[in-house]
Design a binder for this molecule. Sequence first.
Ligand code: PEP
Ligand code: MG
Length: 325
Amino acid sequence: RRANIKRRSKIPATTVDGVTIKLMGNIELAEEIVSVMDYGGEGIGLFRTEFQYLSRSHFPTEEELYEQYREVAELIFPEPVVIRTLDINGDKALAYARENDEENPALGLRAIRFCLQRPDVFMTQLRGILRAAAFGNVRVMFPMISGVEEVLEAKKMLKEAAAQLEAEGIPYSENFEIGIMVEVPSAVVMAERLADEVDFFSIGTNDLTQYTLAIDRGNRKVAHLYNSLHPAVLRMIKQVVDVGKKHGVKVCICGEMASEPANMPVLLGMELDELSMTPQSLPMVKEMVRGLSFSESRKFAARVLEATTVDGVTSMMDEFVYPEE
Ligand code: PEP
Ligand code: MG
């Protein structure tokens, strides 16, 4: 049965009533592209770029970054790759960056905050991305955005990096979609304004759950409370989707939540445009989507959004998938 499911993973994820949702893969290493393609992923919805920084004792060079991004962009072409700019510190601490001594790293100088304080590091990465973009279908995404000013600053630096390359006569492209991770509650609140600045939102449900519920995603003592199906998280997702629809901004989920087949009725029903997940989950998630009706899922998601507890949400989900039991 598994072999059949895997074979069918090359067919698009189209519901019984003809609605197709784009399913993509998350990767950390260029090598993982093979499994995304093998499991039927329609592009890379999240390229976590931290690995090249974490696996060594110094910051990588522009050339090293460019070469890896170009390889990824070329391999997955014509499908897109969403390159997420550096999301270090927080749960992914960098030993050689002097800023890593913090009491609350998850609330500290991580991701975009780190990059905006270290323009030398950020510029190097942005130049690498811009150069690679000339060779494929690249999208750029900024992590941990908490407000409009960070997006404006990041976009300004991207422009500056392009101007440098232009002046130096180095080939590059800046003709690509720009997006942000929506994973900090303030970004959900400000989504309406953030929508004016970007082409897409990608909801990072791992961090959005952590920050919304004030539960450390890596702390075992509170792991039993950590659940992306919390009604507050679901309502936030819905809010972002609604803003996206209103403003013509694509909305994706790239958190772990998108890797769970049982979540499909709710996610499909909330009308996400794209989902990006662990490559190994693609076949089962596709299979699940193909067995669903979009119009039924919509009605179902509307009911789930009325639930007030995690148990309320999960029991409705169980009943939807296994009605006779
Ligand atoms: C997330 O927060 O949901 C996410 C996809 O990013 P990461 O897990 O890398 O923080
Ligand atoms: Mg995150």
